[in-house]
Ligand binder design. Structure first.
Ligand SMILES: [Zn+2]
Length: 541
């Protein structure tokens, strides 16, 4: 039995890998506490609770739309867990969000020309049907407001569909994606052309048109709208990288919001359901043959008003207090909220579970970090990183006056997880080249766990952006995407079944290592020169 094999077989029995694979002190930064890093690994490899956390958050509390009772319960549970591990300053910080939304009931079926139950899901922030309804489906084609007139008086009591048939391509692409050497090489280079500019003016015009169309349809007496989700496969050009994953169809539905959540406007839209593309297409193909289609719907949803002192948005906070540098802070975080069509397991119970587990491990091994390590579980991420932005405004930076608050100077770094259940392979450093040698100096002790990439480019799309936007060092870990792009992101199949235990275990070890090293080093993580500029919109969430 070779030494390597001996170690691997011992690893299966115990945590022996820690002593065997960690580099010697002369290979790494002298401030790194190898004994503590070994203890972190050993605790996680032998006593991991990461799947248990994820199971509570996703299976037990269910879909966690911001402002829902499910999210409140998950937040309460997270605080109880943190307190039970001895974290201090455990509390929630509420922020004004708008109306909360929950789904109470849904079913949908084709009734004529023959019966078929439909796979679909109501869009969040849309109203219900006020009981069971059966109505004829009508195809409506409106490209501009002039088109409204031709439907005046013709839509009373109808269910409408706006999109044409979408061709379903046979699944021949990649469904499960890990970082390949080629993709890593691409990510580690800097693109010399930024993301395509513009789009926001076009998006704003489209939003106004959509709102006017909804108002017209409601006035005309339309009872519901069916769609088949967005056309985009989302998978190419994500982070400007050539991901080759293909989105799965076959009963997987990608569903997001269908209406505003601001208190004054919430609910002023049609009941809306996104159907599996194959079922949507069948309805249209029958209608194209001149045969009427009748669909039965029963949707019940509820909106929750904000109460003074109990606003619908909240973040959960907990801390491991620092010692000689306790006034300085290292933050880790992930968003606790989710979309509604599944249990938000990979987006983002996975990230929350790994970050909570990192805190649990650090407590379990008796870590005494020099700086305070703080965890934040964000709300409102899916509606535009609203929780982390509220936190920035109340603790670090007044975005209205562009004035730094007192705590601005005290944050060393914020680390975020929000790319699903895949293991961590490196860090997007947001163009902060001064951070690069520091992270690289930690890689020797993480190399055997597959962590060794630095991607220089700035990415956007989750809560680290809120920090980066105001000049604070906020970083997103680079994760293996696995089925995130193809199957689980914002879909009805984002369930605990898709979580990968070994990857989550690795994520917890790496997050704890980064947090601890950041808390122990002599200096804080260096910052970029900060030039205030408007928020960038892209997607790595
Ligand atoms: Zn997310």
């Amino acid at each position: 039995m070779s030494k390597l094999w001996k170690c691997i077989s011992l690893l299966l029995l115990s945590g022996c890998v820690t002593a065997q694979t960690l580099p010697s002190h002369d290979e790494v930064d002298a401030s790194v506490d190898l004994a503590m890093l070994s203890a972190i690994r050993s605790e996680e490899l032998n006593h991991s609770k990461v799947m248990d956390h994820a199971g509570w958050i996703a299976d037990v509390f269910g879909p966690r739309v911001t402002g829902s009772e499910n999210l409140d319960r998950a937040g309460q549970w997270a605080q109880e867990q943190m307190k039970s591990w001895g974290l201090v300053n455990v509390h929630e910080e509420r922020f004004s969000f708008g109306k909360g939304w929950s789904l109470q009931h849904f079913d949908a079926s084709i009734m004529e020309p023959n019966y078929q139950p439909l796979i679909g899901f109501p869009k969040s922030f849309t109203p219900g049907t006020k009981g069971r309804i059966t109505a004829e489906v009508v195809r409506v084609q409106v490209n501009s407001e002039e088109d409204f007139a031709k439907y005046h008086g013709k839509l009373q009591g109808k269910i409408i569909v706006l999109q044409p048939v979408r061709e379903v391509k046979m699944l021949e692409g990649i469904v499960v994606q890990r970082w390949t050497p080629e993709l890593l090489k691409e990510a580690e280079s800097t693109p010399l052309v930024g993301p395509a500019a513009g789009g926001s003016a076009g998006a704003a015009r489209a939003a106004i048109f959509d709102a006017n169309a909804q108002a017209f349809f409601i006035k005309e007496g339309v009872v519901a709208e069916l769609d088949r989700g967005v056309d985009a496969s989302m998978v190419h050009g994500d982070n400007q990288l050539s991901w080759m994953t293909q989105r799965t169809d076959g009963g997987t539905v990608f569903v997001q919001a269908g209406g505003p959540f601001e208190s004054a406007k919430a609910g002023d839209v049609l009941p809306q359901v996104t159907l599996a593309v194959e079922h949507y297409n069948r309805i249209l193909r029958i209608m194209e043959k001149g045969i009427p289609v009748k669909v039965e719907l029963n949707i019940a949803t509820s909106f929750r008003d904000e109460a003074p002192g109990h606003e619908n948005g909240f973040n959960v906070i907990g801390e491991i207090p620092g010692t000689d540098l306790a006034n300085e802070v290292v933050m880790v975080g992930a968003h606790l909220d989710s979309h509604q069509s599944a249990t938000g397991a990979t987006d983002n119970a996975a990230g929350v579970a790994a970050m909570m587990e990192a805190m649990r491990i650090l407590q379990a091994v008796g870590a005494k970090p020099r700086r305070t390590i703080r965890i934040a579980l964000w709300g409102g991420e899916e509606e535009g990183e609203l929780g982390s932005q509220a936190y920035i405004r109340s603790h670090f930076y007044n975005t209205a006056t562009h004035a730094a608050l007192l705590e601005y100077k005290t944050l060393s770094a914020y680390y975020n997880l929000d790319n699903g259940t895949g293991r961590i392979r490196g860090v997007w450093i947001q163009g902060n080249f001064a951070a690069q040698p520091i992270f690289r100096s930690w890689f020797p002790m993480l190399k055997d766990l597959g962590v060794n990439a630095i991607a220089p480019r700035s990415v956007a799309g989750s809560d680290y952006s809120s920090f980066d936007d105001v000049g604070l060092p906020g970083f997103q870990f680079m994760q293996d995407r696995l089925e995130y792009n193809s199957r689980t992101h914002h879909s009805n199949m984002d369930t605990v079944d898709r979580l990968q235990r070994d990857d989550l275990t690795q994520m917890a070890i790496v997050a704890a290592t980064f947090a601890y090293n950041t808390a122990m080093r002599q200096a804080m993580i260096p910052r970029k020169v900060f030039v205030p500029e408007p928020r960038k919109e892209a997607s790595t969430r």
